[in-house]
Design a protein around this ligand. Sequence first.
Ligand SMILES: [Zn+2]
Length: 256
Amino acid sequence: MIDWSALNDAYGPADAIPEMIERAVYGDQNAIDDLWHHLCHQGTITSASIAALPRLADIAENPSSGEWALDLAGGIAAGLLQRHHGADEEVARQGPVLARLRTTATARLAPGLPEPAYLGLLRSLLAFEGRPLWHTALDDFADAFYTVVCPHCRASVTIAIGQYGCYSSLRDWDLGDIHQVPLRPNRPDNLTGAGQALHDLAERDGQTRLAWGLTYLFGRAECPDCGSLFEIAEEYEAGNAPSPWDFGRSHARDTP
Ligand SMILES: [Zn+2]
């Protein structure tokens, strides 16, 4: 048994969490909203968020009513990966639970889901897989923007992928996106790694806009300042990946 009064959520002692969860199981939307506030408040993770994961994993396995639990567990998993929560041991103990959540999310990814639901599910899956970078970067590509640093001249380059265009530019707060240069999307059969895996899923499940956007995100851009070509995803990763636990790897990239 979990002693919830000994745990904290975002607002203080977590006594109310079990009751909120049970109300949420019966479809109470207010309880679901309250759980988000208490367990995943702006991505802040507490001891109660971690303790709630096994119960959320149980609920998520119900295909007709478990969607909210899978979403919330995805938010908590993403928070675990992004922040110093000082609870590495508790997190390590949740390994089997995260594996179950991974299985549940994988089984739910299927053709015919509405775009937002599909994207949410895929982002949760990436969080359960321990991949905070692509969890954060994945977008519906309606109007996506990424900021990357040109590896050659260090200019800050804005990448746009969406219905208003796919280009690299230098963002000027007064003038907008100036010096726009069209992006060079990758060929689907040329994708590798995360780009290939995500694109394959999106294509399999008929998520055409997601599949389309991924060929740009995992394609190349021309720096509007110095004219050199670079891989967008690679530079995005270089600028955003250094999570607290993999400093060693990120430093290698900073050496010219
Ligand atoms: Zn440049």
